[in-house]
Design a protein around this ligand. Sequence first.
Ligand code: ZN
Length: 132
Amino acid sequence: MPETIYVNSTRKTQFIDITAQVEEIVRKSNIENGLCLVYVPHTTAAVTINENADPSVPEDILNILNQVIPWEAGYKHLEGNSPAHIKASLIGSSVQVMVEKLHLVLGTWQGIFFCEFDGPRHRKVFVKVMGI
Ligand code: ZN
């Protein structure tokens, strides 16, 4: 079974840095070298890797996504959250990171972000570490 990270978003759209929680799962896995899959089992949320040093970066990404995919655009989906579904598909439901010596191999400025597009909600992120 995959490990689960529980995320509670507090805004309609929000990037939440989950790098530390993923790193902790990798450390406890006892899998020295391999691949870590981070997977979001939701249709209105996503996961991405980007800069976590300057908080303006995720803010800018969200602002532009919200401009490109407006809240109102004659969508047909009756639930009323089509923009969230579209953003989730654009960003994607998984990322993979190499694991070396029980650590994620990330660039200096990289972090793993859970992307909320229809919050606030209680969410899950599945993490699977595979030895290679
Ligand atoms: Zn929907």
